[in-house]
Design a protein around this ligand. Structure first.
Ligand SMILES: *[C@@H]1O[C@H](CO)[C@@H](O)[C@H](O)[C@H]1NC(C)=O
Ligand SMILES: *[C@@H]1O[C@H](CO)[C@@H](O)[C@H](O)[C@H]1NC(C)=O
Length: 235
């Protein structure tokens, strides 16, 4: 089949998308863990709802609590669980959280709090990065809806799309001038913008299969973007 052969070709050329953030997406929110009874503060044992306030510190003794494994990136970053996020607000939230949990602020505190702050900090970075970039945000959102794109499975890409990807990769391989690179960059940027619009619409319509198809295509183009970056690094 053409699609299969093209897939094999792309793989041989190293053009097959791989290593896209995805596998670790849910590391921060092992949502399967059942948080049955309300958690107690590890320090003072207080059980009065830790849910109150900022959900990071015990309202009684102010000790930093461990990360809540049921909390997903959207909740952590105070965003609606939607493909559309306000990136300015996301940035503010990121800074706000780093001011709360950054390990530098816990150097004089207990070992427990030092450890928790490290964990929080990693999670916050992860959540921020994941939600900031449209591709990883889309893949994460899909995953929350139970849809995964498995790496290496030859998704049924249409022939026209694969041709397009191969052409653009050839163009990139042949590009010798700044102008040629600029042209390729602008093609890729325009394409990604279209994908982002389309995938937004798909998510709004809860059409996850459509979203999956578009995100798969976005992955190919992100791969091209990575190659452009590499090629631009002066040797
Ligand atoms: C989240 O969704 C609610 C209801 O749809 C809306 O009122 C609110 O403005 C949204 N918040 C953000 C940050 O987009
Ligand atoms: C975006 O959606 C429109 C309408 O469905 C379609 O014509 C267009 O080809 C899509 N763009 C991309 C880059 O897939």
């Amino acid at each position: 089949m053409w699609g299969g052969r093209a897939g094999a070709l792309l793989r041989v050329w190293g053009l097959w998308p791989a290593g896209v953030p995805g596998r670790r997406l849910l590391s921060g929110d092992a949502a399967s863990q059942t948080g049955s009874s309300s958690p107690r503060c590890w320090n003072c044992g207080g059980s009065e709802s830790l849910e109150r306030g900022d959900r990071f510190f015990c309202p009684h003794c102010r000790a930093l609590q461990p990360p809540d494994p049921t909390r997903d990136h959207f909740s952590l970053m105070d965003c609606n669980r939607s493909f559309r996020v306000d990136t300015t607000k996301l940035q503010h939230r990121y800074q706000q959280l780093q001011r709360l949990v950054h390990p530098d602020f816990f150097s004089q505190r207990s070992q427990n709090e030092k450890d928790f702050s490290e964990k929080h900090s990693t999670l916050v970075n992860d959540a921020y990065k994941t939600l900031l970039a449209p591709l990883s945000r889309g893949l994460y959102l899909l995953k929350l809806h139970g849809v995964e794109i498995h790496e290496g499975t030859d998704y049924e890409m249409d022939r026209q799309f694969l041709m397009e990807i191969m052409e653009i990769n050839e163009k990139l391989a042949e590009a010798q001038s700044e102008a040629a690179m600029k042209e390729i960059e602008s093609i890729v940027r325009a394409k990604q913008k279209e994908f982002i619009d389309n995938v937004s619409r798909a998510f709004e319509q809860d059409d996850f299969e459509k979203a999956k198809e578009i995100l798969t295509k976005m992955r190919y183009f992100s791969n091209v973007e990575e190659k452009i970056k590499l090629k631009k690094i002066p040797l």
